[in-house]
Design a protein around this ligand. Structure first.
Ligand code: BMA
Length: 312
């Protein structure tokens, strides 16, 4: 194994790019946002936590994707505990994917309640009106995102169930569906490592899978438990372009972790948590939550990242 000793990602000097002060209504924190390029703008679906502790999703739009965010004046998508009991404590951590054959965006998010977190889906064309599909995977499960393409005529989703039982790791799984509602053919895809590894015991998908010439690029988080709490860091993997159940390669080292004050200190310290990225030319832009308290941006060259991952 070669030691990377090289920064694949550069933090934006304007970080954090969005904080609770930018939200046009009262909020405790903003963090973990989905991201996409839409009609010449960057669209973010921000996770905003209110002062009850419940989260909802609010759209923010900006031509440049760094400053001058136009943030919806009120929550864009709120948990609806009356109709959807699994959302009684809010909705969190959206990942958005353009579903090619539907011409619509799929929003996969965590619904949270006394039933434990689970994966719900909604469809939208404009991030103003949403068709809610409700829960698609039972608890405990989160960190889900769809592929934009179908494989053998089936929609495909990555997600992270948390099994009960001591010593059983939480791994990333892949599942298939004929209609986005009924999911099956579940298989474990990427396992948490064990013991001393940075990504031992618990991993989860970060951003939706990104189609590249070399395969589907995955960014995932590893949760390391330490004497002073958890550290959330990021690693990379590549899946076969035609058969996403096949892992082509995976980084041994983490490629990004908490270093700056806004990543180290906040409501939950030592956390970098991306839910969205965009590709502009060769520039990969990762939008990530810092310490569950703000939104930050890091960029890298897709060509360099793929080259590093294949030759690491
Ligand atoms: C995870 C998720 C994230 C959060 C992280 C750190 O389990 O719930 O939303 O950023 O914990 O608190």
């Amino acid at each position: 194994m070669k030691n990377s000793n090289r920064e694949l990602f550069t933090r934006h000097p304007g970080n954090p790019i969005i904080t609770a002060k930018d939200i046009p209504y009262p909020a405790n924190t903003i963090f973990n946002a989905a991201a996409a390029r839409l009609e010449g703008e960057t669209l973010l679906l921000l996770r905003i936590e209110d002062r009850r502790g419940f989260s909802h999703l609010t759209a923010a739009r900006s031509a440049g994707g760094v400053t001058d965010w136009n943030i919806d004046k009120k929550p864009t998508l709120l948990g609806d505990g009356n109709k959807y009991p699994e959302e009684a404590w809010g909705i969190e951590d959206a990942r958005i994917t353009f579903i090619e054959d539907l011409g619509k965006w799929a929003v996969a998010y965590t619904a949270y309640s006394d039933l434990a977190p689970l994966v719900s889906l909604a469809l939208t064309e404009d991030f103003k009106k949403f068709e809610r599909m409700g829960p698609v995977l039972p608890p405990e499960n989160k960190d889900a995102a769809l592929f934009g393409a179908k494989f053998d005529g089936r929609y495909t989703m990555l997600h992270r169930p948390v099994p009960a039982g001591p010593g059983v790791g939480a791994h990333i799984w892949i599942s298939f569906s004929p209609d986005l509602r009924h999911w099956g053919d579940h298989r474990v895809l990427l396992r948490a490592r064990q013991g001393g590894w940075w990504d031992a015991n618990k991993i989860g998908l970060s951003t939706p899978p990104l189609k590249t010439d070399e395969g589907w690029l995955l960014l995932y988080h590893g949760v390391r438990e330490t004497a002073s709490g958890c550290i959330y860091r990021l690693g990379l993997a590549l899946l076969d372009l035609d058969d996403p159940t096949r892992v082509v390669c995976r980084s041994d080292e983490w490629v990004f972790g908490p270093e700056t004050l806004y990543e180290r200190v906040g409501d939950v310290g030592n956390v970098v948590f991306p839910c969205g990225w965009t590709l502009e030319g060769d520039q990969l832009r990762i939008y990530y939550g810092g310490a569950d308290s703000c939104l930050a941006l890091a960029t890298g060259s897709l060509a360099e990242i793929l080259d590093w991952l294949k030759n690491k």
